[in-house]
Design a protein around this ligand. Structure first.
Ligand code: BDR
Ligand code: CA
Length: 316
């Protein structure tokens, strides 16, 4: 099997961080061309630092890390320290990362990489606000031909919003960017709260990860234990949702997911419902089916995959 070339665009964030570790676990399937970071859960200087720390923890220094946009295209930055803690990855022992930060801007890296790529060859995996991806598209629309697929975490239909009554965090932080991405014309797989709220890090599931004797699993469970506090209180559920790792899990095991091709349009005008993803699930409009909207997941299968892949680091 040839490894699929991907760029992970993220705002770590415990769940973004775990998504990076999951991606690092599977080099036979995924070739990480670069990790691009954006302001979101915490400011940019912390998201790029956190991404670099994950490279160290995974012992993988072959994927360069870039810092990108430090604020949304048009709106003020909204952060989420109350969920992720001051550092964005509370639950991990913080040390200065050894993995360097590349000098190039993340948007320039995305544009340059896509320009040099074959048509239809690169998968973008955004797990934060879509600012960097939209900025790259706005810089040079000819790069779109090179995109095979965009597999993103964002949006909500049945679940309602987690950052406002109508909107999911990643979309609400930069709705203008999300609007550009959802209208870009390339295949989009959208994994929103309808799916991620089914993927709960219950105590039993966390204990399975705790039982794995390696640094990557220890970091994962530390982050999940922290992440759990806020979400369990908020949703009254049995564990925090693992939002972002659903993206890489989809690349590794698409059979775990079920979805439907729909139109997804982003609200960018009404302040009340700003960032809402209007999903035309029942095809009641003629709007083009621009996304594969995921609605369900085999959550036990997801955790089986996560546990198996984290265990790989014990034998690396
Ligand atoms: C998304 O928002 C962030 O808090 C998480 O990292 C995830 O990407 C969930 O709404
Ligand atoms: Ca994220």
């Amino acid at each position: 099997m040839t490894a699929r070339p991907i760029i992970i665009d993220c705002d770590p964030g415990q769940d973004d961080a775990i998504n990076l570790l999951l991606a690092f676990s599977s080099p036979e399937a995924l070739k990480i061309l670069g990790i691009t970071t954006v302001a979101g859960n915490v400011p940019l200087n912390l998201t790029e630092r956190n991404a670099r720390l994950m490279c160290d923890i995974a012992g993988r220094h072959d994927a360069p890390v870039f810092a990108g946009c430090d604020r949304p295209l048009e709106r003020e930055l909204l952060t989420a320290e109350k969920i992720h803690g001051k550092t964005g990855i509370d639950g991990v022992d913080l040390v200065a990362p050894r993995q360097p930060l590349e000098a190039q801007h993340a948007v320039a890296f995305i544009v340059e990489t896509l320009r040099a790529a074959e048509v239809n060859s690169i998968t973008l995996v955004p797990t934060g606000p879509l600012t960097n991806i939209a900025a790259a598209i706005e810089t040079d629309r000819t790069i779109l031909d090179k995109v095979q697929e965009i597999v993103l975490m964002g949006g909500a239909m049945r679940e309602g919003g987690n950052q406002s009554p109508s909107a999911e965090f990643n979309i609400l932080v930069d709705p203008q960017a999300a609007d550009i991405v959802f209208r870009c014309g390339r295949p989009i797989t959208a994994i929103g709260l309808d799916v991620t709220h089914q993927v709960l890090g219950t105590p039993q599931r966390r204990d399975r990860i705790r039982a794995i004797d390696n640094d990557v699993a220890r970091a994962t469970v530390g982050m999940l234990d922290f992440f759990d506090r806020y979400d369990t209180a908020k949703y009254g559920s049995l564990g925090a949702p693992l939002h972002d790792p659903c993206t890489v899990a989809y690349l590794l095991a698409p059979e775990l997911f079920k979805g439907k091709h729909c139109n997804v349009s982003v609200e960018i005008h009404s302040e009340l419902t700003m960032g809402h993803t209007a999903v035309d699930f029942w095809h009641v409009t003629d709007r083009p089916r621009n996304a594969l909207w995921m609605h369900s997941i085999d959550a036990d299968g997801f955790f089986e995959l996560l546990v198996n892949r984290l265990d790989r680091f014990s034998h690396a």
